[in-house]
Write a protein that binds this ligand. Structure first.
Ligand code: MN
Ligand code: MN
Length: 368
């Protein structure tokens, strides 16, 4: 059905074919999930012919046995994939003048290799924003997967909280989380590298886990997610180990209020920029605006970060079926960082989160 929409788009935009190269986009259209590393994985979609998938020879059988019912062609490592794709295109159709590329994804090197095969073709068209548009509205089946991924994130938080004690490193805690997800939940992949940050490390929002050890009376920030049947989760919680200081408590409560205000404000018809402002105003009024150094949120689906961006001045109108994160943060360099994040879906009544781990400031008793 989605491929039909892409074919209609090709016809409307006077394109003959689309070369789809992002593995997540290919999975979206075909149901076949694969990470090709440096090898070539492509979906070719024609305006009026059947599409085909092109994969390394070692993936041909799994592609044929996947949800994808269309043609599959493979290439050996010793063969030239670009010449083979060109042959297949020419066997499929006589119309290959106007190509639409996934310009957000395709490397310049790969573009040049395609261009060499079709020196007279026109490669101006970009299918990326059309793909963003159709992936923006999640189907009930996609929402089920996102909820299941959210449950795994909730489980991961419990493992993380239970592992905190004086002297264990951020990496040890991250390792336990990922190990127990694998062992107990069969999770084979995180949606990104698990973030565990203690004390002032949490003031750098994306700093990976270090060998820094948990100390009493610090905040510990977790940001984590899993992949569930090809769909991502992404959630953050910040907890106190021992007794939080007045400052730690203050920024936690402001961030929590900002996050809750944004969740409560979501309704179809408002803009992404308006939603960002709801949270930002809470933090700014409390005097910490300069410490909220990123957008409020981002879309989530097959990619952990995808369209749209919930950012100041974005006029995109929020509608039912869109899924995104709400994750205000306050980061005070050298002192502490707090982020509270839930992803969820917009319904006609508001925002339904995919994660449910409690957000009242959790204090973990000191355990030496
Ligand atoms: Mn996020
Ligand atoms: Mn996150």
């Amino acid at each position: 059905m989605n491929l039909t929409k892409l074919q209609e788009w090709l016809q409307e935009t006077n394109n003959d074919l689309a070369y789809i190269s992002n593995p997540k986009t290919i999975a979206y259209f075909t149901g076949y999930e694969m990470e090709p590393h440096e090898r070539i994985f492509a979906l070719l979609v024609f305006k009026d012919q059947d599409p085909f998938v092109f994969v390394p020879a070692l993936n041909v059988e799994e592609a044929k046995n996947s949800a994808w019912n269309g043609d599959v062609y493979g290439y050996l490592d010793s063969e030239n994939p670009w010449a083979m794709i060109a042959d297949r295109v020419k066997q499929t159709t006589a119309a290959y003048q106007n190509w639409a590329l996934e310009k957000n994804d395709l490397s310049v090197a790969h573009y040049q290799l395609i261009h060499e095969q079709f020196p007279d073709a026109n490669f101006e068209s970009d299918v990326s924003s059309f793909i963003d548009q159709i992936r923006l509205y999640k189907t009930p089946t996609e929402i089920e997967q996102l909820k299941a991924a959210g449950q795994e994130a909730d489980f991961a938080f419990q493992i993380g909280f239970d592992t905190i004690k004086t002297g264990v490193s951020e990496r040890y805690i991250a390792g336990q989380i990922e190990y127990q997800l694998k062992l107990q939940k069969g999770v084979m992949q995180q949606s990104f590298e698990t973030i565990v940050q203690t004390g002032a490390n949490a003031a750098n929002p994306h700093l990976g886990p270090s060998m820094a050890k948990v100390q009493p009376n610090e905040l510990v920030l977790f940001d984590l997610g899993t992949m569930h049947n090809g769909y991502a989760s992404d959630a953050s919680r910040t907890v106190a180990y021992g007794t939080p200081t007045a400052k730690q408590k203050e920024i936690y409560e402001i961030d929590r209020e900002a996050q809750q205000a944004a969740i409560d404000a979501v309704k179809p018809g408002m803009t992404a920029g308006e939603l960002d402002s709801v949270a930002r105003n809470v933090i700014t009024k409390a005097g910490y605006g300069e410490y909220f150094i990123h957008r409020l949120g981002h879309g989530i689906g097959k990619n952990v970060h995808e369209y749209p961006s919930i950012v100041q001045d974005n006029d995109l109108v929020i509608e039912e079926g869109m899924c995104f994160s709400i994750e205000p943060g306050i980061y005070i360099p050298g002192v502490a960082g707090v982020r509270i994040e839930d992803c969820g879906v917009v319904t006609k009544n508001g925002f339904e989160p995919f994660t449910h781990t409690d957000k009242a400031l959790k204090t973990i008793p000191i355990n030496d």
